[in-house]
Design a protein. Structure first.
Length: 389
């Protein structure tokens, strides 16, 4: 009986909904026949104003003809701009060789191949001044609180119980710390990635004069994989896309290539084992099977989705690639050339200050001008200004 009552209630609810919908449709029909209602709708549409497309359609043919000429001029200007960005990239390649000795010395200091000289270390440090002031203050407090000197006996010697760290080599966990200090990269790093990234010795940037750039992650021999280097290549398109000649906004990363990681047995952090219980349909017996599935890991960065230009667009893949391009470009423009500043946090402080200053501005135009000035600092920034991620 309860089931029949439920069915009746469901039917009544459905009939009530259909009746309400029919009444609403009838009311709408009556309103649309009302001249006052129609006039009000027309006034509202008029207040919204014409769209750009509506306005263009309303122009005389002679004006539309002139607009075609202007678009053709714009297409020609875009071709010139693409040449400009190509030459900027060539200039970057030229100067890259001058950075190499400095980056090589950074690697040697970080990995304890060389110990910097006193001249190398001659650089002002606010942290050292603060540490010295703290040390003097601590000593003063200890002396004030020390027991009175006993006649005939020397005062007790205060032992330094600080852990001995003078034998520490290089800069431990340099690149791992850099990554963890940058939110964009820290989100990619899982707990099981950290022991692997401790073996990262260096990240090198290789600029290709014709296609784009490569990031080379150099690892010391380790228990996780046999590769000495893991690479990620990004392919640029500097030229104007002939299918959309007016949409050019600068160099575009159109493709990226990863590499195969030769994981040691049982050490692959990009996969995980999960157990599932399966039940036999006929006999009803159960068994447990182990399945390998993909795991979240920083090292998935080296396995981007493969894209075939002939395939239909896929929003999920496009989103993954867009994020990948942004990460690769950030490593190229910021992490590789300024790694020490991300290790110490100086670069993070600068970023925070810039964001705070932008938020303080009352004049939107002034904020826009400041952003434009930042965009054109340096040749790399000029290239990045037009780069689609």
């Amino acid at each position: 009986m309860a089931g029949e009552a439920g069915d009746v209630n469901a039917v009544n609810a459905l009939n009530s909904h259909e009746a309400e919908e029919a009444a609403t449709n009838e009311l709408n029909k009556q309103l649309m026949k009302n001249p006052e209602v129609l006039a009000a709708i027309q006034r509202q549409l008029a207040d919204m104003g014409p769209t750009p497309a509506d306005y263009i359609r309303s122009l005389p043919k002679v004006v539309k003809r002139r607009l075609k000429a202007l678009k053709k001029l714009q297409a020609e200007a875009n071709k010139i701009e693409s040449k400009f960005f190509e030459e900027v990239h060539q200039l970057e390649c030229k100067y890259a060789a001058q950075y190499d000795p400095l980056l090589q010395k950074r690697r040697e200091i970080v990995t304890a191949v060389v110990e910097p000289t006193d001249d190398d270390c001659d650089w002002p440090s606010d942290e050292e001044d603060a540490d010295l002031a703290h040390e003097l203050n601590t000593k003063a407090k200890i002396e004030d609180n020390a027991p009175a000197k006993i006649e005939g006996n020397a005062p007790a010697k205060i032992e330094d119980n600080a852990p001995e760290a003078e034998n520490t080599e290089g800069v431990p966990d340099f690149w791992l710390t850099v990554f963890k200090n940058v939110d964009m990269l820290a989100e990619m790093i899982q707990e099981h990635d950290e022991p692997v990234l401790k073996h990262l010795l260096d990240i090198k940037l290789h600029l290709n004069a014709n296609t784009g750039f490569s990031l080379v992650f150099d690892f010391e021999p380790n228990e996780y994989f046999t590769n000495r280097c893991l690479t990620k290549e990004y392919i640029y398109r500097f030229t104007v896309d002939e299918s959309n000649p007016l949409g050019y906004e600068g160099p575009e990363i159109i493709k990226c290539n990863g590499c195969n990681i030769d994981w040691q047995s049982g050490k692959n952090v990009t996969v995980k084992q999960i157990k599932k219980v399966q039940k036999h349909k006929g006999r009803g017996t159960k068994r447990t099977v182990t399945t390998t599935v993909k795991a979240d890991s920083f090292f998935n960065f080296f396995s981007p989705p493969e894209v075939n230009e002939a395939d239909e667009p896929d929003e999920d893949i496009d989103a993954i690639l867009a994020a990948d391009f942004e990460i690769g470009h950030f490593i190229r423009e910021h992490i590789v050339p300024r790694a020490v500043l991300y290790f110490t946090g100086d670069a993070l402080d600068d970023d925070d200050d810039e964001e705070f200053e932008d938020g303080e501005g009352d004049d939107e135009n002034e904020d826009d001008e400041d952003e434009d000035e930042d965009d054109v600092k340096g040749l790399s920034a000029v290239l990045a200004r037009g780069l689609k991620k």
